[in-house]
Design a protein around this ligand. Structure first.
Ligand code: F6P
Length: 534
């Protein structure tokens, strides 16, 4: 396989020339009603990626296809699926897609083995174990005490052990209500700020709460602190913590094999934290909250998107096309940001999850061999659901000095079924009208002789649209972004699967917490510590 830096490719030169020549590129004139209808690629599960309002023409697509071919993006994806060591920094395989494989094999059909073990089988067995456990809890067969049932759950974890599962849980709350499904109260404790754990613990019926402790490494300061915080609360309430907590961790973590948890569910080092929503990290809490069939549907949706991402043709592969348009905007048009704007309250925490997914994966300045690179990599990602964001930061998006590429997401139907007509239209219709209006306004702008009221337009956006946000479409959406980030990492020749950049702060925090009378040995650190009273 060929692993080249982006700026060493032939396609890079061609795209650079194209970007330079396209200064007068009439993006505004290009967006027509026909284009809106034509620029569509099926993603999976009825979701469609629409790129009509992107500054991309057929020639750009040809050049991006050449880049995809030259960087062997699909061959690399296949190699990753089949267990090649793609996390070069940590010397690990990258197997989150295998977690959702329907037959325990890679999407290419191959079995993935490591040290004599069939990993698809291992992941599937854990899925079966936590599904059975969740069903027993939901039916009351497993409870905190004889004759008592668990009525609430709380996940303790941070980063990938919080953001994805939390975003997915919130995404399905209204869907479950709309379907009339039994959903049990579920909370998340992540921050080491004591006010987070304290507020949530105080609001829960502790004698009926099952805590799900999640840490891949089993050494994360915040999570271990919150575990003890909660255990102390349980003890103070006269309860046995061992009857109120299960663990989700990697097999190699210090938490593994600890008999003081009610049960433990495992994944392994081949599942990155931010990619772990499809494992027990997301599976235990979502199965407890909504039922194991819901999590199964979520995995099926994700598997469908993984399969669709195997297509070589960028015009037919939504994740690949989304990734390459992102590279076009980042490296050739020079836009350093991207905004995720779901017109769906259910996806209110999805941008926060994508921040970690994208920025922890591709926020890299060395290539997969640890050598410096001379081009831009992952963009800054931020976002809020619409229409809320419109009343917040859209001013800058419309009229600010930076062009921010936008990624809209919208659904024809709402999740709950009690929407009604108010002043001539439903709330869902108002939501969708705003979405259509924003895409058009960003692309076309509006000229006005008063500069203050002038909208320059030419601000590119894409739209992922579908019928309704369900467990299956949610799975497809998550996998789409995971695969998009992976393809971009391949283009940039970075390792998207480690996160060394988070280590230094952790080391310094520990240093100051364990300082002696003489200080921590770092004067600046001590000065800040003094300001804050550490
Ligand atoms: O500090 C970053 C990080 O390592 C993330 O990559 C990870 O998702 C998070 O911490 C939590 O890690 P763990 O699941 O091991 O507690």
């Amino acid at each position: 396989m060929n692993y080249s830096n982006l700026d060493k490719t032939v396609a890079y030169k061609r795209l650079m020339e194209k970007a330079a020549a396209g200064k007068e590129f009439d993006f505004k004139g290009m967006l027509t009603a026909e284009r809106v209808k034509q620029c569509e690629v099926p993603l999976a599960e009825g979701l469609v990626f629409n790129w009509a309002a992107k500054a991309v023409d057929e020639k750009t697509l040809d050049a991006l296809q050449a880049l995809a071919d030259e960087q062997e993006l699909i061959a690399k994806y296949r190699a990753l699926l089949e267990g090649e060591t793609m996390n070069t920094g940590e010397g690990r395989k990258v197997l989150h897609q295998l977690l959702r494989s329907p037959d325990g094999k890679a999407a290419t059909g191959k079995t993935v083995n490591h040290a004599g073990r069939d990993l698809g089988e291992f992941y599937h067995n854990e899925f079966k174990r936590f599904s059975a456990f969740a069903e027993k809890v939901r039916s009351g067969e497993i409870g905190p005490a004889p004759g008592k049932r668990f009525s609430a759950f709380a996940q303790i974890g941070i980063g990938g052990s919080d953001l994805g599962p939390r975003a997915l849980y919130i995404a399905l709350e209204n869907w479950a209500a709309g379907e009339g499904r039994k959903a049990l109260r579920t909370e998340f404790i992540s921050n080491v700020d004591p006010d987070d754990a304290s507020k949530i613990a105080a609001s829960l019926p502790l004698d009926e709460t099952l805590f799900v402790l999640v840490s891949k490494s089993g050494i994360t300061l915040e999570t271990l602190t919150n575990e003890l915080f909660v255990k102390n609360k349980l003890k103070k309430a006269g309860l046995d913590p061992a009857k109120h907590m299960v663990a989700v961790t990697s097999e190699t973590s210090p938490l593994a094999g600890n008999p003081t948890y009610m049960d433990s569910f495992y994944f392994d080092d081949f599942i990155g934290g931010r990619y772990s929503s499809s494992s027990a990290v997301g599976g235990v809490i979502l199965s407890l909250a909504y039922g194991s069939d819901v999590f199964g549907d979520f995995l099926a949706g994700a598997a469908a998107a993984d399969k669709a991402a195997l297509t070589n043709d960028i015009r037919k592969n939504a994740a690949l096309l989304d990734a390459l348009i992102g590279v076009w905007e980042r490296n050739f048009l020079g836009y350093p940001y991207t905004a995720i704007l779901p017109y769906s309250q259910a996806l209110s925490r999805f941008p926060a999850h994508l921040q970690q997914l994208d920025m922890e994966s591709n926020g890299k300045r060395v290539n997969r061999d640890g050598k410096s690179i001379a081009y831009s990599t992952g963009p800054v990602v931020f976002g809020e659901p619409g229409t809320n964001g419109q009343h917040s930061f859209y001013q800058l998006l419309h009229q600010g000095t930076d062009v921010v590429p936008l990624q809209f997401i919208g659904f024809r139907e709402s999740q709950r079924k009690d929407d009604g007509v108010i002043e001539g239209s439903t709330s869902q219709a108002k939501l969708k009208a705003n979405l259509a209006a924003q895409i058009t306004a960003f692309a076309d702008g509006k000229s006005d002789s008063d500069g203050n009221k002038n909208f320059p337009g030419g601000r590119p956006s894409s739209l992922i649209h579908g019928e309704r946000l369900t467990p299956r479409t949610l799975g497809a959406l998550l996998a789409h972004y995971e695969n998009k980030v992976m393809f971009q990492g391949f283009v940039w020749n970075v390792n998207s699967f480690d996160q060394e950049g988070v280590q230094l702060g952790k080391v310094l925090a520990k240093k100051i917490l364990t300082k002696t009378e003489a200080g921590s040995g770092d004067k600046v650190l001590d000065a800040y510590g003094e300001l804050l009273g550490v």
